[in-house]
Design a protein. Structure first.
Length: 396
């Protein structure tokens, strides 16, 4: 059976047969709760759209991986990426891992007791899904993570460097099994933030349940991979918060391929549950989110490999505001055929028409009444008989 244009929009990579959308509001910006079907399972993630987000704009993306037994909502509230995203204009996606035999969400990073799931392939599919939905800049996709999520960052650095530009880990590491076998395909910028008093993922490594290699050894591994100098530049950060019981040393291994450095923020006295800058109980001498973003933004994927250009579709109209509430304005100034009969149709994500208007001639602008639609994601098509153009539409 031939697929319609609307169905093809979601089906062309065979990754988007089903979406579920729920809107959550954080400081007047929008967080969407979404799912997609991957390898027969419904996989969930939250995605944060920053202030002044413009639908169909091309924005950088940070994928943040939660810790073991945590989830997307907990880590979103713990790490507090949102203010930095609002200022810098990037999207943040918080995927949920699958559940292990103990009922806890996890990322498969090489611990012997973990279910043998292919989370790296899931992340690849997630990036494709987000690109289909939000037209993110595939040249600027970055990974951050906490604890088990930090381990996952090194997994995608080693195995998905064709899609991940750079990574930043807090209280994370590499398992001995992965460390001993990892052969990264290219230089990839890495940054690790780790406390010397971390009892769960010890700074010096451990053979415990959450086995890890020595943090300094791991950071030098990436410095060597990146062809950096193996003599680090070091400095001590100002002790801005004298009440947090910690101080910070900063190490940079410079001179890597296309400046792909390896960095370390060593928190002297820092515990495991510590995301600097996230408030009481965390190191207050710097903001992990700001440091990671300033690190990420200096790199693009094309610094290291050639990437295919983004798929583009000629757009015949623009829409505002986005996300929309009760009304949406459609600007038709770019339509070439000013006398044509126009059809304007809103489709659900399953390709079902939910609103339709037929217009005679070219009105310049048209206001769409969205009061009858539930919150979520839709497709908006304008057709003048010869040309068809589709945009995604978010209803609050």
């Amino acid at each position: 059976m031939e697929l319609t244009l609307k169905q093809n929009y979601f089906m062309k990579k065979l990754l988007l047969p089903l979406f579920v959308f729920t809107s959550i509001f954080v400081n007047a910006q929008t967080t969407l709760s979404e799912t997609f079907l991957y390898q027969g399972q419904s996989r969930h993630y939250l995605i944060y759209l920053p202030a002044n987000y413009v639908n169909n704009s091309v924005n950088p993306l940070i994928i943040h991986f939660h810790g073991y037994s945590s989830n997307s909502t907990i880590d979103m509230n713990f790490t507090k990426w949102m203010p930095v995203a609002d200022t810098a204009g990037f999207l943040v996606v918080y995927p949920d891992g699958l559940t292990d035999n103990s009922g806890y969400e996890y990322w498969n990073v090489g611990w012997a007791w973990e279910p043998n799931t292919d989370d790296v392939s899931f992340v690849s599919a997630l990036i494709d899904t987000i690109h289909e939905r939000y037209n993110i800049d595939e040249n600027r996709v970055y990974a951050s993570g906490f604890s088990n999520g930090g381990f996952m960052c090194y997994m995608v650095a080693a195995e998905l460097s064709n899609k991940i530009t750079a990574i930043g880990s807090v209280s994370g590491g590499m398992t001995p099994a992965i460390f001993d076998t990892a052969i990264p395909a290219r230089a990839i910028p890495t940054i690790e933030v780790h406390g010397t008093s971390d009892a769960l993922v010890p700074y010096n490594g451990s053979n415990s349940t959450f086995a890890s290699v020595n943090t300094d050894t791991m950071v030098r591994f990436w410095a060597k991979n990146n062809l950096c100098s193996l003599i680090a530049d070091s400095s001590v950060l100002p002790n801005v918060d004298t009440n947090d019981g910690t101080t910070v040393e900063h190490f940079v291994y410079p001179g890597g391929t296309n400046n792909a450095v390896s960095e370390l923020y060593r928190i002297i006295g820092g515990q495991h549950l510590n995301w600097p800058g996230a408030g009481t109980g965390n190191n207050g001498d710097f903001s992990a989110c700001s440091v990671l973003w300033n690190f990420f933004k200096g790199y693009t994927l094309s610094d290291f490999i050639g990437i295919a250009p983004l798929e583009t579709t000629k757009q015949l109209f623009s829409i505002f505001p986005q996300p929309a509430s009760d009304h949406l304005t459609i600007s038709l100034q770019d339509l070439p055929n000013v006398s044509a009969q126009l059809s304007i149709t809103v489709f659900s994500t399953l390709g079902k028409p939910v609103l339709k208007y037929d217009l005679n001639g070219h009105p310049g602008q048209f206001q769409l009444d969205l009061k009858s639609l539930p919150a979520g994601l839709y497709l908006l098509e304008v057709n003048d008989g010869n040309n068809s153009s589709i945009r995604s539409l978010i209803k609050n």
